[in-house]
Design a protein around this ligand. Sequence first.
Ligand SMILES: Cc1ncc(COP(=O)(O)O)c(C=O)c1O
Length: 406
Amino acid sequence: MSNANQIPIRTSKRTQRVAASATQAVEGKVAEMRAAGIPVISFGAGEPDFPTPSAIKDQGHDAINTNLTKYTPAGGTMPLRKAIVAKLKTQTEYDYKWQNVIVTNGGKEAIFLAIMALCDSGDEVIVPAPYWVSYPEMVKLADATPVIIPTGIETEFKLTREMLDQHTTANTRMILLCSPSNPTGSVYTRAELEMIADWMRGNQAILLTDELYDNIVYDGVYARWLEVAPDLIDRTIVVNGLSKSVAMTGWRIGFAATSRDEYAKAMGKVQSHSTSHPSSVSQHAALKAYTANLDDEIAKMVAAFKERRAWIVNALNEIPGIKCANPPGAFYVFPDLRGLFGKPLKNGRVLNTSEEVALYLLAEAKVGLTHGEAFGAPGYARLSYALAMSSIQEGIARIKAALELA
Ligand SMILES: Cc1ncc(COP(=O)(O)O)c(C=O)c1O
């Protein structure tokens, strides 16, 4: 046999710089164990456990039945983009041009397009840690440099002005703001956003506001970036979508919105040469999500999350060695595990990192959670409480038993 088939194996430097998604890796392991018949309880997945509301599902069927199954314009259909403009108007009072709203394959593509379209090699992008796993990797894929600012439980995982000033340089090009936050559930208050706006007024950065969890808030502290800093609209990219807020993760609908034609055109170019647009069926269903009144469905979801949050925060704090804040948004808790490190457990095991804790719990307790290292926050872990209360209770009981100190 000729060896013409064998060439040196090489992947691009770009992909070599990037790590695979750790949250998807955890879910992959959980899926393998479940396939092998092992009853794992997973706090790993970042998706609501509720079904997509029926009105939206019906609209998806309608799209198929009426043959809305062809290409749509890149950037999304005009009715959907106009519906998103109307929604944004209620949130920000700003009238976006519909052409400047790019409908994307989930919020993820919106963030990717914005970074690819606006950042170059040499540009620094501020990524507060704990961060959503894809942020730094997307920045690296764009050949720009992530500047990670670590925060901890002491500041409720939020930036302070001192932290921002310490990390600002002449190359600061963008800041990624995620409130409510994945992975911590933290929410920036109006005063804290005013602090960030004040910092922005002294530099030339663009702010990307990732608002995917904007309607999953519990304690009334949520403030929207553009309500606080309307004067910075030309330096703001709004990213949002339906995955978390309306339980539509698999439909893959998000968007990026900008007041600047130049930015919209640049993002549109990247999309038109990569994904073209999200599925026509999903776009038609999304039109319903953006125009129907879903207040009741959303309120029910949020009420269930709120009840589970109260239970899980309390239960985690009862485990010696674990300290857990009460996050005002999203459906995650982000406990501090450092109190467990270096201390023998009842079974003699000694754990020294949150990655070790996560691997140990998966093997011993058949419980999945994501170690903080994946989010740039060693010492912590992320647990999603978007699962049935009975599973949460069983999962935490298993964790408690497995982590009993000697
Ligand atoms: C903070 C944050 N931004 C963006 C995304 C991407 O969402 P989507 O599933 O719509 O692509 C996620 C999903 O986990 C997220 O948590």
